[in-house]
Ligand binder design. Structure first.
Ligand SMILES: [Zn+2]
Length: 339
C-alpha cells in the first residue's frame, strides 16, 4: 500500500490546555483542532494518556488508522533539551529529568520532535507564511515575555542546552520614577519582561493610579488589579490618555529591547504575538510605538538597506497563527523531519 496517505500530529502541551492537530502530507490541516484541559500538574503519565486519547480521537474523526501518523511534533511549557525537561515551570516534578520525547515515542511507536512552547509558536508563524524562507523571530508579550527563533529554512534554534531566546530577560536601561530598575519575576533587575508583560502592566497601572493627578481616573475604583489591566486596553482603544501612555511606554521599551536582539540575530522578520495581535485598530498604534523604540536603538542599516532604501532590513508583523500556532508549528516540523 505505497499510496496510503500519511499524516503528522502536533501536540501543544500548555499549563491550562492541550491542543492537538493533524496535518496531511501536503501540509494542510486535516480535520478540526482538538483542545482538552491540561493535566500537566498530575504528572507526565496522565498527560501521556491524554495525548494518546486525543491522537486516537483525531484519527477517528477523519477516519484514518493511527499507523498512518508518521511523525509527531510536541511542545512543552518548560526549558528542555533533546527531549529532556530541565526546569519545572508549572509542571508536576516528575516531568523534570525525564526524556519526555523518547518516552512518548516508545509508547506510541511514532518518532517525536520536541521543543519548547516559544519555538513551537515561532514555527507556527513560519508555517503559515508559506512563501517566507528567511529567518523569523517571535516576540510574544503575555503573562511573561516569550520568544522563539526559526532559522532560514525552517528549523527552530534551540541553543546548546535548550535555553536560547529567553528574550524577556535581556536587560534594558529604563528606570522607574524613583530611578530604580524594576525587579523581574526571575529575581533580576532591569529585565525587558519587567516592563513588557501582563505582570509588568499590572504593576505600572498600580503605580500610575496611586499618583495624585490620576486620583479621578475611572480605573481608580474597587476592582481588582487583574480586572483593571484587562480594561486598560478598552480605555486605550477609546483614546484615554493614561491608558495610551502606559501602552506606549511598554511598546517603546519593547522596541528598544528588540533592537539589541536584532543586532545579535539579524532575523529579518520580527513577529509580535500575544493577545494584542487580536486587537484590530489599536494594534497599529502599538506597532508604531514598538518601531519608535526600535529606531531609537537600532542603527539605520538594521532598518533600511542603504542600497535600496525601500527595502526594510528588519520587518515587523503581527502573529497570524492564532491559538493553534504552536500545535501547527510542531506538526509542520514533524512533517519536514519524518516524511
Ligand atoms: Zn528576568
Amino acid at each position: 500500500m505505497a499510496d496510503t496517505p500519511k499524516y503528522y500530529a502536533g501536540l501543544d502541551i500548555g499549563g491550562s490546555t492541550v491542543k492537538t492537530v493533524l496535518v496531511d502530507d501536503m501540509g494542510e490541516v486535516a480535520g478540526e483542532m482538538l483542545e482538552v484541559k491540561s493535566h500537566v500538574k498530575d504528572g507526565f503519565e496522565a498527560t501521556f494518556g491524554q495525548l494518546e486519547g486525543a491522537l486516537d480521537q483525531l484519527c477517528t474523526a477523519i477516519n484514518i488508522e493511527r499507523s498512518q501518523v508518521k511523525g509527531l511534533g510536541m511542545d512543552v511549557p518548560a526549558p528542555s533539551c533533546e527531549g529532556t525537561i530541565w526546569g519545572k515551570a508549572n509542571l508536576h516534578e516528575n516531568w523534570v529529568g525525564t526524556n519526555i520525547r523518547d518516552e512518548f515515542s516508545k509508547r506510541v511507536n511514532i518518532p517525536v520532535y520536541m521543543t519548547n512552547d516559544g519555538n513551537a509558536a515561532a514555527l507556527g508563524e513560519y508555517a503559515v507564511r508559506r512563501k517566507h524562507l528567511g529567518g523569523l523571530m517571535l516576540i510574544a508579550p503575555g503573562t511573561g515575555l516569550g520568544g522563539g527563533f526559526v532559522l532560514p529554512g525552517g528549523r527552530a534554534h534551540e541553543g546548546q542546552n535548550g535555553l536560547s531566546l529567553e528574550v524577556g530577560h535581556v536587560s534594558v536601561p529604563h528606570r522607574e520614577d524613583d530611578n530604580e530598575l524594576p525587579t523581574c519575576s526571575c529575581g533580576l533587575k532591569g529585565c525587558l519582561e519587567a516592563w513588557v508583560s501582563l505582570v509588568a502592566l499590572r504593576r505600572r497601572i498600580g503605580l500610575e493610579l496611586a499618583k495624585p493627578e490620576n486620583a479621578d481616573h475611572p480605573l481608580n475604583d474597587d476592582s481588582a488589579i487583574e480586572e483593571k489591566a484587562f480594561r486598560l486596553r478598552d480605555f486605550a482603544q477609546d483614546g484615554d490618555e493614561l491608558a495610551i501612555s502606559i501602552f506606549r511606554q511598554q511598546a517603546h521599551i519593547l522596541g528598544y529591547g528588540i533592537a539589541d536582539l536584532v543586532r545579535v540575530f539579524d532575523p529579518g522578520l520580527i513577529v509580535i504575538g500575544g493577545g494584542l495581535a487580536e486587537t484590530e485598530g489599536f494594534r497599529d498604534d502599538y506597532m508604531n510605538w514598538i518601531k519608535e523604540g526600535f529606531r531609537e536603538r537600532a542603527w539605520p542599516i538594521y532598518q533600511n538597506s542603504p542600497i535600496d532604501p525601500d527595502r526594510e532590513t528588519t520587518r515587523f508583523e503581527w502573529a497570524r497563527g492564532g491559538d493553534s500556532s504552536a500545535a501547527l508549528g510542531v506538526a509542520f516540523t514533524a512533517r519536514e523531519m519524518y516524511r
